[in-house]
Design a protein around this ligand. Structure first.
Ligand code: TRP
Ligand code: ZN
Length: 869
């Protein structure tokens, strides 16, 4: 049977609701018994059948109002109960039995290491028991867990611990009650033996909250950073958003087997251990910052997600876009705002723009879904956050916060829609968002084309901006959007910033583009200006303006906005790659533009540029970043030309790079901005120097001297990218030191998978049998197979089709064991329209092979169907 799609337009309120659930869980890794007692209420007069979602367990018994009941029908996905003779309120009791140790899907109730945990978002609760498993059914939960005390000394669930006891047979039990109404996707249970880090937080109204972080035994020394991050997040949300925590306890559990990053279950977050555990020897600076931001993200969900949840899954961006926006602001307030912005824009421009150009293109609020797990996407999350950010740009912080307050006041305790949010923002600010709403329903990346004219005599400057959105796979017709364009003008000769004055006088720096074409006029412009367009990336669009190299270099030195500075250099890098790829295709010699090279030297010498920004500006875009400027991608050509650019800079700037390398040494490892920036700059320099005659010596000593994972990994990366003689020795040393630690080995696996070696696929295939590898662990799979397919385009897109064949083999296995992870891994294979005919044919062949599987999961089915259209 073919999986069926659901449409946003078909939403209907449920006929019944569940007000109260009591779960009695007899926990065991191989056979768990669940008795669920539901207080059901009929909402629609005369409703006769109650359809409860549920699958992948043994159904043992059903009682209605305490009496065995047989008027039901069971199919693959649900239990349909005839309730025509029942009153408007009745009680159901459902008994099921499950096998957590065999549940490799990591959804529902499953075993992770020695412990047992749950993952219910989006539709995992229905793998535990029958339920109205939809986010607009809000119930009060009470959960009693009984299990072996020796194996599972900790038994956790949402809310407050209200009772506990011991049984004669060595088992014990704990009962939990969550006072807040919540949808089933926020339910959680964890059982196991852990080390526990405890702390507390006093809220602004003076309540004390117990903070508990549970990690695998032996990892206590890696939990401190997560705890500090949690406290910073709690404080920040009070200060910037006025939002306070609402329970007396907040628990975080780190597990090794997890499909995503982390999960915001009420009062009991479950985390991928990758986003909890950190100490200097095992975690990089990037890991530290990611941990802080994921901890904050899940914490912020307590208001934007839990207290106010989603009416239906099409509204996912209501909680995710907003919560990503909030975690971005948190990181920006605590660290460098421009560095955070640059990082987010890099992700958006590569991965999200690519998604919009793919068969999976969808608006931030999708219209049609087959498998909900497929819509936890960069579009819903990152583009969703950009849409919130644009509202923030249009309203300003004060009105935005006023809008937030109204949104919270109106929707607390409810399941809301994106429209509820926009409407609150609109009413609080009195700013018309009618046209702006199209960002929620339109997919695709708008392209802005900008032309300008300057009249020296009248001192008038005109900007002509037009917008165009290409049709996407899901939507042929596109409407004009309301696009905020942040602008600054700089004098071409003086380099001075020119004030923006229109016919009404001085104006703000954000233009509102609402039509297909618009002209903006500025007066008293005393010299020919160069426009710095889309500062801070004020909208998620592509922009084209015909800058000369001279103009870009001019802006590079005078523009005040750090994001724009970085953006100018991206434009220069992109141009350099394009021109040389053309030369390469023509069989001509490649050459690096001398003016650009000079500008890079000036940048290296410029002591007024902040260290962190300098590191970002000197970072050569990745192959996947370069690729996004092409409709048809030549992965092999891009790799060759990028390599040429890298070596050209290394050779021409060796002295400067070496000087910066030496100047930016740090003392003993500390996670502070100053040192992080220094390490970043120093390691960027190393990545170039590895290609010079100093490479061997510098990289070996860098590895040896490193007292932290950031530097260790930088040395390893440099050694493998430059294929230095020392690489095998360093790789072996790292492996010997860390093979017991999966999280650390992930760095090593990813590094191996992205090696430039011609035989990298053979290396990867061999590593699939490495003792530290495990196909059932999503982190391992992403590190080895995911990195190969998505971060080594040259090898994955090998013209003999070997990369595709390898991925398909892995997907065939994952289709059965973990379809959610399989469907993420297949992404590079469904973007076939971006490649030449030869590759397209091979990719299609791989997809067709998968399509022919007789037990193809709906996760893969949905993507393959779209790709093969
Ligand atoms: N809501 C989670 C978050 O934003 C995402 C998530 C975690 C998830 N685990 C999942 C989504 C499993 C789908 C399936 O942080
Ligand atoms: Zn989230």
């Amino acid at each position: 049977m073919q999986p069926k799609a659901k449409f946003r337009k078909d939403y209907q309120a449920p006929d019944f609701t569940v007000n109260d659930i009591y779960l009695d869980i007899q926990l065991d890794a191989d056979r768990t018994f669940v008795t669920s007692t539901l207080k059901v209420e009929r909402k629609k007069v005369g409703a006769k059948t109650l359809r409860l979602d549920g699958h992948s367990f043994d159904f043992l018994a059903l009682k209605v109002n305490g009496v065995a009941y047989l008027q039901y029908q069971k199919d693959d996905e649900a239990l349909t109960i005839d309730v025509s003779d029942l009153a408007d309120q009745f009680e159901l009791q459902i008994e099921t039995a499950l096998n957590p140790s065999q549940n490799t899907s990591l959804q529902g109730l499953y075993q992770s290491g020695e412990g047992i945990c749950t993952q219910c978002e989006a539709e995992g609760f229905r793998q535990i028991t029958y339920m109205l498993d939809r986010p607009d059914v809000l119930a009060k939960y009470r959960t009693k867990i009984t299990a072996s005390k020796a194996k599972y000394p900790y038994l956790l669930s949402n809310g407050n611990r209200i009772a506990q006891g011991e049984l004669a047979d060595g088992r014990h039990w704990v009962e939990w009650e969550d006072p807040f109404f919540k949808p089933s996707y926020l339910f959680a249970l964890v059982a196991g033996d852990f080390d526990l880090l405890e702390d507390k937080f006093i809220t602004k109204s003076g309540r004390e909250v117990a903070l508990e972080i549970y990690v695998d035994r032996g990892n206590l020394d890696r939990a401190g950073w997560a705890m500090e991050s949690l406290k910073r997040a709690m404080k920040w949300d009070e200060e910037r958003f006025g939002l306070e925590y609402d329970l007396d306890i907040y628990m975080i559990v780190a597990v090794d087997f997890f499909n995503m990053g982390a999960m915001e279950n009420k009062g009991l977050n479950v985390f991928n251990s990758k986003f909890v555990l950190a100490k200097p020897e095992t975690a990089t600076d990037e890991d530290y910052l990611n941990i802080e931001s994921v901890i904050a993200h899940e914490y912020f969900h307590n208001w934007t997600g839990n207290r106010i949840t989603c009416r239906d899954w099409f509204q996912l961006s209501l909680k995710e876009g907003l919560t990503v926006f909030r975690d971005q602001e948190f990181t920006s307030d605590l660290w460098s705002r421009s560095a955070k912005r640059i990082e987010d824009v890099r992700l958006l421009r590569t991965v999200q723009f690519a998604e919009d150009a793919s068969p999976m293109a969808h608006p931030i609020r999708p219209e049609k879904v087959i498998e909900m797990n497929n819509f936890y996407t960069v579009t819903v999350y990152e583009k969703g956050a950009e849409v919130i950010r644009m509202i923030h740009t249009l309203l300003g912080e004060e009105l935005f916060q006023k809008g937030m307050q109204l949104y919270v006041a109106e929707n607390d305790g409810k399941a809301a829609t994106c429209e509820d949010f926009v409407s609150a923002m609109e009413r609080a600010s009195n700013i018309d968002l009618t046209q702006f709403r199209r960002w929620y329903s339109q997919s695709g990346t708008p392209e802005l084309t900008v032309r300008d004219e300057y009249d020296e005599n009248t001192q008038c400057y005109r900007l002509h901006i037009s917008q165009f959105t290409e049709p996407t796979a899901d939507q042929l017709e596109k409407l004009n959007l309301h696009i905020p364009v942040k602008l600054a003008l700089y004098g071409e000769t003086s380099g001075q910033k020119i004030p923006l004055i229109d016919e009404n006088g001085s104006v703000g720096d954000v233009l509102s583009l609402t039509q297909a074409q618009q002209t903006f006029e500025f007066y008293h412009v005393s010299e020919r200006p160069i426009p710095a367009l889309l500062a801070d990336f004020s909208a998620p669009v592509r922009l084209s303006y015909d800058y000369t190299i001279a103009q870009l270099i001019r802006l590079l030195t005078c523009v005040e906005n750090d994001f724009s500075r970085w953006d100018m250099i991206q434009t220069l890098f992109n141009r350099e790659l394009r021109e040389n790829l053309f030369n390469y295709h023509q069989g001509d010699l490649m050459q690096f533009n001398m003016d650009f090279l000079e500008a890079l030297k000036v940048l290296m010498d410029d002591e007024n540029v902040d260290t962190g920004l300098k590191a970002l500006m000197l970072t050569l875009p990745k192959e996947t970043e370069f690729a996004e400027q092409f409709k048809i991608i030549d992965p092999q050509g891009i790799a060759v030309v990028r390599q040429y650019l890298l070596e050209s800079i290394a050779t021409a700037c060796q002295d400067r790079l070496f000087r910066l390398y030496q100047e930016n040494r740090c003392g003993a490892y500390r996670v502070v901005a100053e040192d992080i920036d220094k390490r970043a700059l120093r390691n960027v320099c190393l990545s170039y120097l590895a290609f010079t005659d100093q490479g061997e010596e510098l990289v070996s000593s860098h590895y040896e001297e490193a007292d932290n994972m950031t530097d260790t990994l930088a040395a390893l990366i440099a050694a493998t990218k430059a294929q230095l003689a020392c690489q095998e020795e360093l790789l072996a040393d790292f492996e010997a030191q860390w093979s017991h630690d999966g999280l650390v080995m992930d760095k090593w696996f990813a590094l191996q998978a992205t090696r430039p070696d011609d035989d990298v696929l053979a290396i990867v295939e061999k590593l699939m049998a490495h003792p530290s590898f495990n196909l059932n662990n999503p982190n391992r799979v992403r590190a080895l197979v995911g990195a190969f397919a998505s971060q080594n385009p040259k090898a994955f897109h090998a013209v003999d089709g070997s990369g595709y064949r390898f991925l398909v083999e892995v997907l065939i296995k994952l289709n059965e064991s973990n379809p959610q992870v399989a469907a993420r891994l297949i992404e590079p294979l469904i973007k076939l329209s971006r490649y030449d005919n030869q590759r397209q044919t091979l990719m299609r062949r791989g997809l067709e092979r998968l399509k022919g599987l007789d037990n193809l999961a709906r996760d893969l089915f949905e993507k393959i169907e779209k790709a093969l259209l």
